[in-house]
Ligand binder design. Structure first.
Ligand SMILES: [Zn+2]
Length: 124
């Protein structure tokens, strides 16, 4: 099982970690399928708040039902600047990662992408 090496358990019974997170996240932001190490695809189950402004996506493999977690890094200064500029331009900003058509929504005083689980700006 060569794929087994890609998944290491973070804690017993908890979601597994993936070592190709960056590639998977690129697909996730692009709306492409995310291949699971077990065959099948990773499907988003939910997002939770991570440490230090990160968010953590919990994904389930469609073939094995194993669960994986992927840390979605917090908004960068450049992304925040881009979103702020769109707001100042009078536009409804899109998620800087998910792109056109994925609108940021107001939640608890922030403008949040529901697919990233991240705040990209303060709601004004
Ligand atoms: Zn997003």
């Amino acid at each position: 099982m060569r794929w087994k090496a890609l998944a290491k358990r973070r804690d017993a019974g908890g979601p597994l970690k993936l070592e190709n997170e960056k590639q998977l996240l690129r697909n996730y932001y692009a709306g492409l399928r995310m291949e699971s190490p077990n065959g099948g695809y990773l499907m988003l189950l939910g997002l939770r708040q991570g440490d230090a402004g990160d968010s953590v996506g919990i994904f389930e493999c469609s073939a094995s039902s194993l669960r994986y977690e992927i840390v979605i890094p917090k908004a960068t200064r450049g992304e925040r600047t881009k979103v702020r500029a769109a707001i100042d331009d009078g536009q409804d900003p899109d998620c800087p990662r998910h792109g056109r058509g994925t609108r940021l929504v107001r939640a608890a005083g922030d403008l949040v992408c529901m697919s990233c689980g991240l705040a990209y700006a303060k709601a004004s």
